[in-house]
Design a protein around this ligand. Structure first.
Ligand code: NAD
Length: 285
């Protein structure tokens, strides 16, 4: 159930009894004009690639829900800035772990460290990715391995590392970031597109591997999302015109909108949704 968020006017009688007893610090009841998910309060949420872009907004959105957020990223400076910003808002400060996710041993050690600190993991958002442009001719064997490691491999190994804790808790939600790039006629990033298609298959098989333990696995397929990196590197007037021509909605999508879908998939509100590919592309595909 989604409670409408107007905390200052909310009537106690509107709060379901099972949530009314949640022991949540007052400051985590936070201003958002969108849905509040009581089931996300105090849950331990890991977001990979949370220092910038869509992941940055996810980290903040989970903090607004009162979740205990841990984020991994290779970049420490924007990560620390984000943690400070969230703390300043009197939300629970997220816990940052610097990690190159393409280093599987480091990824495993980071998740072990998180589990020993927080004892469990309720939600894993496999968000990090790298959409560096490349032509077919430029792809060497080493480039292939590196791009698959940056876009696909870490999602599997992060899931593998949190599964024992989720099985012990007999619940969990894993959300993998894919993309519509393998459905639309994309060019100039063939290994990225291959990885993003692979994520859909991985999501479906993991959902069936883990469903008996009440662990849900879904993936999100964004269209063109207006992040800082997209603005700096790829966003031109021509690209914008192409996006708007293809979308049903004639405006760009912002990270906040993707974060809201991820919150829903992470929360118990989506308790019967697993093995799905959720497209958020303003009607492109
Ligand atoms: N922005 C879009 O239009 C769009 C569209 C479709 C899918 N996606 C997917 O959404 C996810 C987030 O995309 P974004 O646009 O926010 O990306 P972004 O590049 O803005 O942010 C990615 C974050 O991941 C981190 N990261 C990258 N490689 C890492 C590594 N090896 N180890 C640790 N951290 C690493 C970066 O430092 C960065 O903070 C990605 O999986 C991307 O493929 C984005």
């Amino acid at each position: 159930m989604i409670l409408s968020m107007k905390p200052e006017r909310q009537q106690p009688s509107q709060t379901p009894a099972k949530y009314a007893q949640c022991n949540v610090p007052k400051q985590t009841r936070t201003p958002t004009k969108y849905g509040v998910y009581p089931s996300l309060r105090s849950r331990v949420v890991i977001v990979t690639g949370g220092a910038s872009g869509i992941g940055e907004r996810m980290v903040e959105a989970f903090a607004e829900q009162g979740s205990r957020v841990v984020f991994l990223d290779i970049q420490s400076e924007p990560a620390e800035r984000l943690a400070r910003k969230i703390k300043k808002r009197h939300l629970e400060e997220p816990y940052f772990v610097q990690c190159d996710l393409t280093d599987t041993a480091a990824l495993r050690a980071s998740i072990e460290q998180i589990i020993s600190k927080f004892t469990t993991v309720d939600v894993l958002v496999n968000n990090a990715g790298n959409d560096a442009r490349h032509t077919v001719d430029e792809v060497t064997s080493e480039y292939w391995d590196q791009a698959i490691a940056a876009n696909l491999k870490h999602q599997f190994f992060a899931a593998q590392a949190v599964i024992p804790a989720m099985k012990r808790a007999r619940r969990g939600s894993i959300v993998n970031m894919s993309s519509i790039s393998w459905i639309i006629p994309s060019t100039r990033l063939p290994v990225y597109v291959t990885a993003k298609a692979g994520i859909v298959g991985m999501t479906r098989t993991l959902a069936h591997e883990l469903g008996a333990d009440n662990i849900r696995v879904n993936c999100v397929l964004p269209g063109a999302i207006l992040t800082e990196r997209q603005k700096q590197l790829w966003f031109t007037k021509e690209y914008e015109a192409e996006v708007l021509r293809n979308q049903a909605l004639k405006r760009m999508i912002v990270p906040e909108e993707v974060a809201r879908l991820v919150l829903f998939l992470a929360a118990d509100d989506s308790s019967a949704i697993t093995s799905q590919s959720c497209v958020i592309d303003a009607g492109w595909v």
